[in-house]
Design a protein. Structure first.
Length: 320
């Protein structure tokens, strides 16, 4: 049984962080080095598909990406496989969104980075099939927050579905193809939530299939059209891939080569550094201009001139 203080395979369980659907998230300590790490334990109801989880975790150990939670080890706890991951001390994306109202200049770059993390998994044949703001972690780095997508459990959800079982249906409409098109739908739901701070649908609406996507009122029309395409009722009407959405949002590389700049068509109302700000960055502090030098008083000027003339006259007399 997982409980705080228990040690297993060189790790000590410290704190239960939450239920992530087919897994539970724990903060643990590596005993040898004393460093904090994360643990994702396969939930009891998902144990019939434990082998799918082991295979997916093994594949993710080789997947290193700045926007994905890095998988470091695979252990067993009471017969349940558990992934050991890096620990992110920052908040979840859900908490980051609740702290204060975020403008498009912050939301769109963070969403881009989430998509990059998801796309990195797709390139390796790994689908998330569970994407929401509570499963994305915001890592603080040099005054900015960088999102990290959690461990992929898509293989477990797909294996259960093949056996006629539904695991963590969450925000997916039923029935839904459990592939990249499902992740695109979930990304559309996430984008809508990030912009509006509310979900586009409730669970009841999703139970009978994909509902008609709502019109996004916030932001430019191009953004509303993108959300509608991501939430299209027919999977074939959604964008071809996450990479295709990224090309729409961020067509240009940033000067440092480490990321992509928000596309001007989706951020037409942003100017200067706000449009090009990095994800979750702190607002720039305006530096006040240097005040102009004070103008000397006329009496002071006249006195200085008189003293100068007397000094020059004395010098001339001495030389003569």
């Amino acid at each position: 049984m997982a409980e705080p203080g228990r040690c297993v395979s060189g790790y000590r369980l410290e704190e239960l962080q939450g239920d992530l659907g087919p897994t539970t998230a724990w903060r643990v300590t590596e005993l040898r080095r004393g460093v904090p790490l994360g643990m994702r334990i396969l939930a009891p109801e998902a144990l019939p598909w434990a082998e799918a989880f082991r295979t997916a975790v093994t594949a993710q150990r080789a997947l290193i990406h700045p926007n994905r939670l890095q998988v470091l080890d695979l252990i067993e706890l009471d017969g349940a496989p558990a992934a050991i991951t890096e620990h992110v001390a920052g908040p979840s994306l859900a908490t980051w969104l609740r702290v204060r109202r975020r403008g498009l200049g912050e939301v769109i770059p963070v969403f881009e980075e989430v998509m990059r993390g998801v796309a990195a998994g797709h390139h390796q044949g790994l689908y998330q099939l569970a994407i929401d703001a509570g499963q994305i972690w915001m890592q603080s780095r040099r005054g900015m927050f960088v999102p990290k997508v959690d461990v992929s459990v898509g293989a477990v959800i797909a294996a259960a579905a093949a056996d006629g079982r539904t695991l963590h249906a969450g925000r997916l409409p039923a029935p839904a193809p459990l592939d990249a098109r499902a992740d695109l739908y979930l990304l559309g739901t996430l984008l809508y939530e990030m912009v509006t701070r509310r979900l586009p649908f409730d669970a009841h609406a999703l139970a009978s299939g994909p509902p008609r996507p709502p019109r996004l009122a916030e932001g430019p029309p191009e953004l509303a059209e993108l959300v509608e395409r991501l939430l299209a009722r027919k999977p074939t009407a959604r964008p071809a891939s996450v990479d295709a959405v990224l090309a729409l949002l961020a067509p240009e590389p940033t000067p440092d080569g480490h990321g992509l700049r928000p596309g001007p068509t989706l951020l037409p109302d942003l100017e200067g550094s706000q449009a090009g700000s990095r994800p979750g960055s702190l607002p720039e502090v305006a530096v006040p201009a240097r005040p102009p030098a004070p103008t000397p008083h006329p009496v002071v000027v006249a006195t200085a001139v008189a003293v100068g003339l007397v000094a020059v006259g004395g010098l001339v007399a001495w030389l003569g």
